[in-house]
Design a protein around this ligand. Structure first.
Ligand code: CA2
Length: 146
């Protein structure tokens, strides 16, 4: 199975800025961890990051036919992007929403995820492990045992 990981704005700064908030692990480190996990699970992954809302929309649209599931950390667009929600709603590819932090324990404006209702489920608050948990969820929802 093939899983597409999409990362939204500013996640390219992970491990490079504000380590007191976001830690010292880079997005490349997280990708390497997920790759290891995926190899052990017999899954293939592609891992992408963009700061551009339209690019995220385009990648979601293009996933159909090439990927079995999406795992998405939409970062700030989680709370603002109607366009991303519309793209996810229109896609036949099931999506798992993930976040490093527990968005429900943070500022009020982060409590609402515009994309949550069109994703299969949400994983948040487990730091880097949210990515591996997202992979496990993606495998689970696409397997016959669902
Ligand atoms: O917890 C998450 O994974 C978030 O998606 C992270 C987003 C935030 O807007 C969401 O509410 C929750 C922020 C990503 C910004 O990452 C940075 C990393 C280093 C330095 C600055 C920003």
């Amino acid at each position: 199975m093939k899983v597409l990981f999409l990362n939204g704005p500013n996640l390219n700064l992970l491990g490079k800025r504000q380590p007191e908030i976001y830690g010292t692990t880079t997005l490349a480190d997280i990708e390497a961890q997920v790759r290891q996990r995926a190899a052990a699970d017999g899954a293939e992954i592609e891992f992408r990051q963009t700061n551009d809302e339209g690019q995220l929309v385009t990648w979601v649209q293009q996933a159909a036919g090439s990927f079995d599931a999406l795992v998405i950390n939409a970062a700030g667009y989680t709370h603002t992007s109607v366009a991303l929600r519309d793209a996810l709603a229109a896609s036949p590819v099931p999506a798992v929403e993930i976040h490093l932090s527990n968005i429900h324990a943070r500022e009020e404006f982060r409590h609402n995820s515009i994309i949550a209702p069109v994703c299969k489920g949400q994983i948040c608050g487990f730091g880097n492990a949210s990515y591996s948990l997202g992979l496990a969820a993606a495998i689970s929802i696409t397997s016959r045992n669902g």
